[in-house]
Design a binder for this molecule. Structure first.
Ligand code: NAP
Length: 250
């Protein structure tokens, strides 16, 4: 990858870095010089592959389910233990449990809220203290256009993804004076295991709404994270950056 920005000397924690969008973000941060902690929930092998690809002993893997109590602090502690600091937090770990509201169980609701919204709170809370101390930080949270415009069958997911946007705007104001920025990336439709279950008809319907006429790849999302993590993005905070091929234009 060509060097867009220089992240040498920076340490990043990417939640859900084993697969999909998180993997592409971890690889891109690593390719731009960052040391990277690749978090995963269960898929140790995939996480190890991501870390190996970053290479040069500049990446480690750390297991941890962000929805579980204490996971946020444990992940940040592991990052500091591995590389001595934490400069960049990418809240990417996310799940879906799609259902129409009439059928949605409390468990489906809680799983998505606990992982996508509460997990973001927990890891960010733990990361902010060392960032405040070092007077530098970049918090990047992966939301979704579903959190901006809603998606039928995804009340839980849309609520969680809208929640992280509000969360980011609030924390951006709280920590701005400490030279910490907080921003959101809102992808559109990206080809990953998360979206692999859609039917061809559903996929065609989504594609019709994408101005650029194609689905996204994880590699389409990663450069936005590199930018938001960079020194050059110092004056960007509280922003929601859609990376969606023109699916949602506001
Ligand atoms: P994916 O391919 O299903 O990968 C999900 C990643 O999150 C995996 O690395 C997984 O780890 C990890 N993860 C899941 N639950 C976790 C937990 N409780 N604790 C820690 N890690 C956990 O999904 P993706 O499409 O790359 O999605 C990544 C992010 O982008 C999510 O926040 C998603 O909502 C968002 N997004 C995706 C799309 C899309 O179209 N794909 C669109 C908009 C937004 P394991 O490998 O261990 O399971």
């Amino acid at each position: 990858m060509n060097q867009l920005f220089n992240l040498e000397g920076k340490v990043a924690l990417v939640t859900g870095g084993s697969r999909g969008i998180g993997r592409a973000i971890a690889l891109a941060l690593g390719a731009h010089g960052a040391q990277v902690v690749v978090n995963y929930a269960t898929n140790a092998e995939a996480a190890a592959r991501t870390a190996a690809e970053i290479g040069d002993g500049r990446a480690v893997t750390v297991a941890g389910d962000v929805s579980q109590p204490g996971a946020g602090a444990a992940l940040v502690d592991a990052t500091i233990a591995a590389f001595g600091r934490i400069d960049i937090l990418v809240n990417n770990a996310g799940v879906t449990r799609d259902d129409l509201i009439l059928r949605m169980s409390e468990e489906e609701w809680d799983t998505v809220i606990d992982t996508n919204l509460k997990g973001t709170f927990a890891v960010t809370k733990a990361a902010v203290r060392p960032m405040v101390r070092q007077r530098f930080g970049r918090i990047i949270t992966v939301s979704s256009v579903a959190g901006m415009v809603g998606n039928a069958g995804q009340t839980n997911y849309s609520a969680a993804k809208a929640g992280v946007i509000g969360f980011t705007k609030a924390i951006a104001k709280e920590v701005a004076s400490r030279n910490i920025t907080a921003n959101v990336i809102a992808p559109g439709f990206v080809d990953t295991e998360m979206t692999a279950g859609l039917t061809d008809a559903q996929r065609q319907e989504i594609m019709r709404m994408v101005a650029l006429g194609r689905t996204g790849k994880p590699e389409d999302i990663a450069p936005a994270a590199v930018f938001l993590a960079s020194d050059e993005a110092a004056y960007v905070t509280g922003h929601v950056l859609t990376v969606d091929g023109g699916l949602v234009m506001q």
